[in-house]
Every structure is written in C-alpha cells, then in structure tokens.
Design a protein around this ligand. Structure first.
Ligand SMILES: [Ca+2]
Ligand SMILES: [Ca+2]
Ligand SMILES: [Ca+2]
Ligand SMILES: [Ca+2]
Length: 341
C-alpha cells in the first residue's frame, strides 16, 4: 500500500533531466517532460473546474446520520444535486513551492470537513491515518473523472517526508485527535475527535511523469486524497537526536533543502550534519526532565531548548525533552554544524 505514496522527487528530477519515452513506428522517440512552470496553471485549471462542478457530503457532516462513517464523498453537481454548494466555496488554499523547479508555485486547495481536537502534524512528522487516493484525469474524456488508486481502511503510519509532496503539504493543514486510541477487544484501534480532510494535488506535487510502477495513473494526473488524521509523532528520520523540524535551518518548512556539508544528504536525513566524522548525536547534549504535579519548570541553559514534552496520565508526570547545542570553539556555530569543532 505504501508504494504509490513513495516520494519520487529525486526520480522526478532525473526524469526532468532525462525524458519520458513513447513507442512510435517501432522505435522509441524521446519526449521531454513538460515544463513544470507551464504545467502548474494547467493543473490548477483542471482542479478548479472539478471544485466548481463537484460537492462533498457536507450535509452528513453537519447532521451526521447514526451510521455515518465520517468519510468525505464527492459527487457531481447535477440532477437532484443541482442545488448543492460547490467545493470551490468550501475549500481553503495555500501557495506551495515546487520542490524541483525554483520559482514555480502551486495553489494547493484543501478541505477540512471536520477539524480534529488535537494538533497539526509538522511537515517532517510521522502521521497515522486512513486515506483514499484518487486521480483526476481529463486526458481522454474531455471532462474530469476520478479513479481510485490507493487506500487504507485501517490506520497506517506515514513518514511525511516520504510521501508525495502535496500529500505532505495537505496533511499538515489537518489536526489529529487529542486523545490516545481506544483499543477494542479484538485489538483494533479506534479514535475520537480526529480530523477529516481532503487535499487536491496538482501533478507537480504528485507523481508528474513518475507514477508508481504498475499503477494506472497517467502522466500529469492531479490527485485527490481524502483522509482521517488520527495522531502524529515527532519525526527524527536520521535518529541524530534533533527532531527533523529543527533541522530545517532556513526555516522554509521544507526538509529537503538544508544540507550543511553539501554531501547530498539533507540534514534531516544526515546523522553527521557537518561531515566532520563525529556523529551529530555526539555533538549535542540531550536531556530529560521529569516533573511531578505542581513542580516548577526547569531553567534551561542559554543554548538549550525544549524539543518535546509528554504527560503520563498514570504517574501524572510530565517529561520535558531538551537539546543543548554546544559550541566548543565559541565561534557561534554549534558543534554539530561546525566541521572544525
Ligand atoms: Ca528547509
Ligand atoms: Ca548533509
Ligand atoms: Ca541531521
Ligand atoms: Ca562538528
């Protein structure tokens, strides 16, 4: 199930430089991938047409029937449904950069059908959700149709740095449940007060010319994901002790473009960020403070900061996790980013 969501940005980059190929007259002719900047408004137009002509089951979300599954369903505004409110009037959007072509941005539409009571995942976190992915295509029929290509009906955890970019960008606009899962007698997990959302992904933030092997997704397909977001945990993809959200040094909310030692491994995925041979985990100091109820907050050192806190309902203890960035040669550059210290 994971495969169709695998991040293909590197592969896309290759394909951008190389080509896609098409068989013609018994020989292969190479067709360069379309210009990403020119394709972006085309994608937007296709998605906007869909949003103008479709609605979702908002009435069920407003007045949930007893057996309602709290899943988003779309339908065409026509016939009996001619009076429905178009998605276009109910979605939000944000501008999102292309990860490959500099200067190209997309209008990313998303829908929060139900706001969770918890938190927004951060962009490099690991989210637990159920979902359905469809692609939107106009290539053959002239009008948009959707086709499901992937789904999970039991909760699955996704590293958000490892899914298609538009899905990552959409999930972080939803909120989790504020409560831990409830375990059923059969071991199944259920959640309450979670977020239900959808995201409408332009092809450049989807698969572009690299749909997953074996999938029926055409080139340049726009994608729509609906999902139920249950929980999220902080990502530390390289296990170096610094949560990935703090490895976004240029603070642009993209994890893939920070690479201190220029070795091709971005900091969130590099356990030796400065490439000095000493692992990052040995160039920082990680601490934990356990607080009893009513106990005062610890005073942190000047270069120490909190990365996370947890609360244990049984012991009623709060644990605060911190990291201190040491700077042995006092040059203002923390040791883990300083190749000569
Ligand atoms: Ca960044
Ligand atoms: Ca690196
Ligand atoms: Ca790192
Ligand atoms: Ca160092």
């Amino acid at each position: 199930m994971k495969k169709p969501l695998v991040n293909i940005s590197l592969l896309s980059l290759l394909l951008l430089i190389l080509v896609s190929c098409k068989k013609e007259d018994d020989k292969f002719t190479f067709v360069p991938a379309r210009d990403r900047g020119e394709e972006a408004p085309v994608s937007t137009a296709i998605i906007e047409e869909y949003l103008d002509t479709h609605f979702y089951n908002y009435e069920e979300f407003l007045n949930p029937p007893a057996d309602f599954d709290f899943k988003i369903k779309f339908d065409t505004i026509a016939g009996d449904n001619i009076g429905k409110i178009p998605l276009m009037q109910q979605v939000s959007f944000k501008m999102v950069p292309d990860r490959i072509a500099e200067g190209v941005t997309y209008k990313l539409y998303y829908l929060n059908a139900l706001e969770g009571g918890g938190e927004h995942p951060k962009f490099p976190d690991v989210a637990t959700l159920t979902y359905e992915g469809t692609y939107l295509n106009t290539e053959f029929s002239g009008s948009a149709y959707t086709q499901r290509f992937d789904s999970a009906v039991t909760p699955i955890s996704f590293d958000l740095t490892n899914v298609v970019n538009g899905f990552q960008d959409g999930v972080i606009e939803a909120k989790t449940s504020p409560f831990p899962p409830i375990e059923g007698s059969d071991g199944s997990l259920s959640f309450i007060d979670y977020g239900v959302a959808a995201v409408f992904i332009p092809s450049g933030l989807g698969y572009y010319v690299s749909p997953p092997n074996g999938s029926a997704i055409p080139f340049y397909a726009q994608l729509i994901f609906t999902f139920q977001l249950y929980s999220s945990r902080q990502g530390d993809q390289d296990n170096d002790g610094i949560p990935s959200v703090f490895e976004d040094l240029n603070n642009n909310k993209l994890e893939e473009d920070d690479d201190t030692d220029n070795n091709g491994l971005p900091n969130f995925f590099d356990a030796d960020d400065d490439g000095d041979g000493r692992p990052t985990s040995e160039e920082i100091i990680s601490r934990e403070y356990v607080l009893e109820v009513g106990e005062a907050e610890p005073t942190l050192l000047p270069d120490e900061f909190e990365i996370r806190r947890t609360y244990d309902e049984d012991t009623m203890q709060t644990t605060i996790f911190t990291v201190e960035y040491t700077d042995e040669d006092n040059d203002g550059i923390p040791d883990f980013l300083d190749e000569d210290s």
